[in-house]
Design a protein around this ligand. Structure first.
Ligand code: SF4
Length: 408
């Protein structure tokens, strides 16, 4: 299996996203610890490692860590907001160290909104400069987007913006907001309902598909994935029996995730995709199983598509799909009804009922809050604002970044 491990290099950040799932802690890994973790991934026959954070470019041992992981044969990736990569020399130093792939987190093509989401004026302009520098290297680039209440209506516009301005980007990852951890637990207003994101996500997926690009979507149940169920992160991991290990720099410590099912409603028992669906993520106050509706389609083409999909993921290794042996017989290509049966469904799920708490729907502080200093109508002046941001200050030089304040 193409397992990939995660290392949170640091937990501080140079931006301040209101929905950050891994907000600041005073901890960081030193090089010896990183080497130990990398060695463990190699022993487990992992395909690669993703260096993340906080903001991993704030780690003073980033280049050494990249070089060591590459030396040990891992595919070396990094998730970053791109701010420090607006410095071309810094990008070159990471490429020289052996970095192979970057996920840049960009949530909207609208500058003012991106500034609001990241809590950082000029964040999109910096990310644009980073993309410009990366386009001149061999480092491949994905775009990571957290789906939230403020960008969920123009995911397709953001995709089009990338196609027009950065055509070399060929893979996109959407992570639906997790309001149960990090800053989003107190900033519940960032959470979008499924019905809010459905249309734009569908347009965005179709646009990427028709232009030959690829994408993954996490924390969106299959009943909102239209014809792209095979692009669900959870479904792919269920079918391929993948796991992932994350070394958190907080009290979660090291987590090995092997189960990909979230929450399911009673209607899911009628759904033919139940055994390969991740269900509805625990969405805090916004969680509403009433938004789920069972599907009555054959899961076998979805499973086959995942099994034969060799094109879009550099982590792909065509090995045996041990999970297929445990899926219902129909999923293994045998004749018969394809209705999923509950014993084969992802385990670890909880069955829940739709909310009866009217406050979830009516409390203006929970659902109708608007951020101070920003209103959706402001998007109309976004072009002017982008122009005014053309001369954004350069990011701080690498050698002047503050050292982390403690060790784990
Ligand atoms: S199992 Fe439930 S969440 Fe998944 S597609 Fe079916 S109805 Fe939707």
């Amino acid at each position: 299996m193409a397992n990939i491990g995660y290392i949170q290099m640091v937990r501080h950040c140079n931006q301040n996203c209101g929905f950050c799932s891994n907000p600041e802690t005073p901890f960081f890994y030193d090089l010896e610890q990183v080497r130990t973790i990398v060695d463990d991934f190699v022993t487990r026959d992992y395909f690669g490692v993703i260096l993340t954070g906080g903001e991993p470019t704030l780690s003073p041992i980033l280049t050494e860590s990249i070089a060591y992981a590459r030396e040990r044969g891992l595919h070396v990736r990094m998730i970053t907001n791109g701010q420090k990569m607006a410095d071309g020399d810094y990008v070159k130093s990471l490429a020289d160290a052996g970095l192979q792939h970057v996920h840049i987190s960009i949530h909207s093509c609208k500058h003012r909104l991106e500034d609001f989401l990241t809590g950082t004026p000029g964040s999109l302009a910096w990310a644009e400069q980073a993309l410009h520098h990366l386009s001149k290297t061999d480092i491949t680039v994905n775009i990571n987007t957290v789906i939230n209440r403020y960008n969920c209506d123009h995911l397709h516009e953001t995709v089009e913006w990338f196609i027009q301005n950065f055509p070399f980007v060929h893979h996109f990852v959407w992570n639906n907001l997790d309001p149960s951890i990090g800053r989003a637990t107190s900033n519940q207003y960032f959470t979008a309902r499924m019905q809010d994101l459905e249309v734009s996500l569908s347009k965005a997926m179709r646009r990427l598909h028709e232009t030959g690009r690829s994408f993954r979507v996490e924390r969106v149940p299959l009943c909102y994935m239209t014809e792209f169920a095979h692009c669900s992160t959870e479904t792919r991991k269920i079918v391929k029996s993948e796991e992932r290990i994350v070394h958190f720099l907080d009290n979660k410590g090291t987590v090995r995730q092997t189960e990909w099912g979230h929450l399911y409603a009673a209607v899911c028992d009628q759904c033919t995709l139940r055994s390969i669906c991740g269900g509805l993520f625990d969405r805090g106050d916004a969680y509403d199983p009433a938004e789920l509706s069972p599907l009555f389609v054959d899961p076998r083409p979805i499973i086959s598509r995942i099994a034969l999909d060799e094109q879009s993921d550099p982590a792909w290794r065509l090995q045996k799909f041990k999970n297929l042996a445990t899926l219902p017989a129909a999923h293994q290509g045998k004749q018969g009804a394809y209705r999923a049966t509950s014993p084969s469904a992802p385990s670890g799920e909880r069955l829940v009922e739709p909310t009866s708490d009217p406050k979830r729907r009516q409390d203006p502080t929970a659902r109708d809050w608007q951020p101070e200093g920003w209103h959706p109508a402001d998007d109309e002046v976004d072009a002017d604002y982008a122009q005014s941001q053309a001369q954004v200050p350069a990011p701080r030089p690498v050698d002047k970044v503050d050292a982390p304040r403690g060790t784990r």
